[in-house]
Ligand binder design. Structure first.
Ligand SMILES: [Zn+2]
Length: 89
């Protein structure tokens, strides 16, 4: 969803002007969609399929690592770092 920094507001693509500019300040937020002329249900090809999105089952939001996974990675780094330090003690 396009975000206008000037107005600190998110705009639905349908709420914006035809040329993709902000309805209140006129800043161009998004290039006008050429894709609107193409059908929404395109053929699935190797170029346009998003395997990671399909695998996660999360169609709405962008694929993102959960916080506990990051915590696990940090803990692993600390542990392995300690093991390296331990070698020289
Ligand atoms: Zn604006």
């Amino acid at each position: 969803m396009p975000f206008c920094e000037e107005c600190a507001k998110y705009w639905a693509p349908s709420a914006m002007r035809e040329d993709g500019s902000c309805p209140s300040c006129g800043r161009v937020l998004e290039a006008p969609k050429v894709a609107s002329t193409t059908p929404s249900h395109r053929r699935v090809t190797a170029e346009n399929i998003d395997i990671r999105r399909l695998a996660s089952g999360d169609v709405e939001s962008e694929a993102k690592a959960p916080w506990h996974f990051k915590l696990l990675v940090v803990a692993l780094c600390l542990y392995l770092g300690w093991r390296v330090v331990d070698l020289f003690l």
